[in-house]
Ligand binder design. Structure first.
Ligand SMILES: [Zn+2]
Ligand SMILES: [Zn+2]
Length: 152
């Protein structure tokens, strides 16, 4: 096996906080967010900016949109961030039990988002560990998305 500089490097399961950038030499727990440390090489999802999302969707109509907020947030009952047209809502708390509902999209591109991009990186990571090959996290979350053209 070729030498990889990341071979023995660990980071916390992506949580959207500053500590995601810290690296450790051993597995364990992140002292900041208390999340488990995982091999950096296993963090394979990509990112997209909220300002790019609507344009991206119009050019790639097959992209799957996954909102991992609570159903109340998805329905706009707790804030006015809105959600995206044609999005699927699986709250992150339920993702482990429900991700098989997404199985038909395993090889499709999936954009994952939440309100502040605190939950979506964790959800994105989780999906990649379950074999989803093309996962993209929306940075910043719906809170900072000002383009309304692809919102519901
Ligand atoms: Zn983290
Ligand atoms: Zn952390």
């Amino acid at each position: 096996m070729a030498f990889s500089p990341y071979q023995d490097s660990y980071q916390c399961i992506p949580c959207g906080l500053e500590c995601d950038r810290a690296t450790y030499t051993k597995p364990g727990q992140c002292p900041h967010c208390q999340m488990q440390l995982v091999k950096k090489s296993t963090v394979t999802f990509r990112t997209i900016q909220p300002s790019e999302v609507c344009g991206y969707i119009s050019k790639h109509p097959g992209v799957v949109l996954l909102d991992v907020r609570t159903t109340a947030e998805f329905d706009g009952k707790t804030d006015n961030y809105g959600t995206l047209k044609n999005a699927i809502n699986i709250p992150i708390q339920e993702l482990e039990g429900r991700y098989l509902e997404l199985n038909e999209f395993k090889d499709k591109e999936i954009i994952v988002y939440c309100s502040h991009s605190r939950r979506s990186p964790r959800a994105s990571y989780f999906l990649t560990t379950k074999g989803f090959a093309n996962v993209v996290n929306m940075e910043g979350g719906m809170r900072v998305m000002t383009d309304n053209s692809c919102k519901k």
